[in-house]
Design a protein around this ligand. Sequence first.
Ligand SMILES: NC(=O)c1ccc[n+]([C@@H]2O[C@H](COP(=O)([O-])OP(=O)(O)OC[C@H]3O[C@@H](n4cnc5c(N)ncnc54)[C@H](OP(=O)(O)O)[C@@H]3O)[C@@H](O)[C@H]2O)c1
Length: 302
Amino acid sequence: MSKSTEKVLITGSNGLLGQKLVKYFQEHNIEFLATAPNENKLSFCPNKNFAILDITNMVKIEEVIQSFNPTHIINTAAMTNVDACEEQETECFNVNAIGVANIIEEIEGTDIHLIQISTDFIFDGKKKLYAEEDTPNPLSNYGKSKWRGEEVIFESGYNNFTILRTSIVYGVGEKLNKGNIFSWAINELRAGKDLNIVNDQFRTPTFVDDLVQACAKVVDSNEFGVYNIAGGELLSMHEYIVKVANYVGADVKKVHAITSEKLNQKAQRPISSGLDIDKAKTELDYIPTEFVLSLSKIDLDN
Ligand SMILES: NC(=O)c1ccc[n+]([C@@H]2O[C@H](COP(=O)([O-])OP(=O)(O)OC[C@H]3O[C@@H](n4cnc5c(N)ncnc54)[C@H](OP(=O)(O)O)[C@@H]3O)[C@@H](O)[C@H]2O)c1
């Protein structure tokens, strides 16, 4: 497909990944429509490229998809606060699972390519690195709802889809509703505060720009199926934040290691849910940016 025929609809455009996708398609002159459940918060996204879209609202889904007529939909929209999902189960499933089913219902019978963003939290964390074919066994409402969001695609029989599973996405963005551990840690360290970070949960932190590149590659090449898109290093959350602290010149002694049991978060997290990225490397030419290099590409004062 030539670039001039691509029309990409992005859901969740005010979120971290959503806004980076908006920027990418804008900079590459690819036609896009940014959508979010409330107003356009992005200074760089013209309102002519924006529409209100709550993916739990079937009427709006129908209206927006039919009027924009996309070739691709990248569904980044999700309830992503893992502990809030534990307390608000219905809302969490409405967005993360029923929202996906709504999109599928609307695009059935078309050849629109759906790119669904999923998570390592669909796994139970008993294995070091998970491959695409490993069996999900989510522990939290967030993980269960995101897995259900994948299942509704598989069960629908709709074939034009790509699921990109990712892990601890980092980067900075404009007016984000939900803070992420990366930005939070930098702010706290710069304020001279002490942090307690778990040292018994292992992830493959993912540079948001790498995830954007993977989405763009999928739009361009129309590769279908399930792919893991993550960073190249398996790190404990403590190791991850120590690296960030080192980079920003903060006192690493302020980053204290704590166990998950002691931290006692509302939602249970997988112990080790790193993602094996060999398939994406081979089939999508995916190359994650080396961790310190990625930090040098982030405007940390933003
Ligand atoms: N961040 C991570 O560490 C991580 C790890 C693994 C997988 N993922 C997945 O990656 C995707 C993008 O994550 P992210 O980091 O960009 O998350 P994010 O910053 O929380 O963005 C998600 C966006 O979805 C929007 N949203 C919530 N409910 C919606 C609805 N009913 N209809 C339309 N939009 C809705 C939110 O709107 P508001 O701005 O109004 O809240 C938010 O802007 C998600 O699917 C997530 O599950 C993320």
